[in-house]
Design a protein. Sequence first.
Length: 256
Amino acid sequence: MFRSRHTIPLIIITLVVSGLTVAGIMLIDWAPERASVQADRYWVLLLFLVAASALIFVIVTSVLIYSVIAFRAKKGDESDGPPTHGNTSLEIAWTVIPTILLAVMGVWAAIVLTQNDQRDSDREVVEVTAQQFAWSFTWREGVDTPFESGDLYLPLGRQVELKMRSNDVIHSLYVPEFRLKQDVVPGLTTSLLINANEVGTYPIICAELCGVGHGTMRARAIVLEEDDYQEFLQDSQRDVRRQENSTPATASAATP
């Protein structure tokens, strides 16, 4: 059935390498859950990248392992191997196929980035301030009374635009479950669009080394149902107004 003596051992090695590769991909939890529309788009693209990379890895590794075993020089043989001309068909194949893969991945990535950069008309706008070593989030647009929080609250199913500034050095806001990361640069206002689609609490991490307290620069992204989010907005504004109203009375009582 197989005319070449190389076929069966090469198939066996390929099956072993394939099994180990698939096990390494499937059995290890490489990434956290996905909690945004942007994460879902990136995830499909990432699966394609991993599958294409795994296929190439299996082919190259299998041929390499078999070549090391089958064509190794005998002990004491230090002579040069016979001159061999390249295989033109093989060289064309390993040039054309990766070129097509790269073109597909490039176009696909451009489409995903374009989709993720589209702004919704009803988006919520939150101002983000980064400084060593804390995040602060301010709601100013669309509310009667601006207020600030140490955590980021997002409505489920509605886009949020983060407008971010740094008070000192370069920081980077990263939420692994959203698969989104954006640098926060002094002197610039950078933006990030998030469409959260899973209720929950997720860590916000600074992903840019920003000083000795870099590892402690954490906050939370809290995704709420729309009704709960509106209640959060009302309660936060009410607290600010209560503090503003109590401050003059306190000052008057303290004046002799």
